[in-house]
Design a protein around this ligand. Structure first.
Ligand code: AMP
Length: 248
């Protein structure tokens, strides 16, 4: 099982836009594994523990510091890790192409990944990767069962739960309710330091990771006005008419 894990600003951090509007300020900000990727990692490890997978390989793409994220995956229980190191800002298509090249090398039976990265919120990489590979895909899953050459997944849709069967190998992206990721224990954090971590570059994988989209400007959203409590529905309706200017 191949698990792509992204290093992102921790979900507890309130991000700020840089004063010159050129991006988000991540200097001295706590970084963590993308929460959806933690869930994917946990699920892959559970598959291995249940004897349904033989090896869990975590892969991260980005700066050298992504090694920390990979060590977290190894401490959780992944067997080995791959870093594709680049200083280039990676957008979903570049990530999908790099992962496609890793898949060609590693030949996993399953790619299990987060449904979205909480920094760019793109929700594009798994779908692009499946398309590039020509593999079946199941997105936003909340349950996964592996059978012989097939997987059965449940996914939350507007009308309720959808159950799908897909052939393997496949790309599967996970949603929040799939599981609760474990914390890495201290002994496992120590053990993770000795697990193999391979380094590659986009050039070695034959991929040009240059961004295709250019951001023009970043802005803070407008400040929200304070709310007010009303005593009754009648008052609420009255204020909606008079103050919010909603036509009758
Ligand atoms: P996105 O399409 O950017 O919302 O990301 C969806 C998923 O793709 C994430 O949850 C990760 O599993 C994977 N991914 C995106 N960027 C990276 C990256 N730089 N390194 C590793 N995995 C990534």
């Amino acid at each position: 099982v191949l698990v792509p894990v992204k290093r992102v600003v921790d979900y507890n951090v309130k991000v700020r836009v840089k004063a010159d509007g050129s991006g988000v300020d991540i200097a001295n900000v706590k970084m963590s594994m993308n929460p959806f990727d933690e869930i994917a990692c946990e699920e892959a490890i559970r598959l291995k523990e249940a004897g349904k997978a033989t090896e869990v390989v975590a892969v991260s793409l980005g700066e050298s510091r992504c090694q920390e994220t990979l060590r977290t995956a190894l401490a959780m229980g992944a067997d080995r890790a791959i870093l594709v190191e680049t200083g280039v800002e990676l957008q979903p298509l570049a990530v999908a192409k790099l992962l496609q090249a890793i898949v060609a090398k590693e030949e996993p039976g399953l790619v299990l990944m987060g449904k979205q990265a909480i920094d760019d919120d793109s929700n594009q990489t798994p779908q692009m990767l499946a398309a590039l590979l020509g593999w079946p895909q199941a997105t936003f899953i909340s349950k996964l069962e592996l059978g012989d050459g097939r997987a059965t997944v449940s996914r939350e849709v507007d009308e309720g739960l959808e159950r799908l069967e897909i052939g393997l190998p496949a790309v599967v992206s996970v949603d929040l309710r799939l599981n609760e990721p474990r914390y890495a224990s201290l002994p496992n954090i120590m053990k993770a330091k000795k697990k193999p971590l391979d380094m590659l570059t986009p050039e070695e994988l034959g991929v040009d990771p240059a961004p295709r989209l250019h951001y023009l400007r970043f802005e803070e959203p407008p400040k929200r006005q304070a709310g007010a409590k009303v005593a009754s529905v009648a008052e609420l309706v009255g204020r909606i008419k008079t103050e919010a200017g909603v036509p009758p």
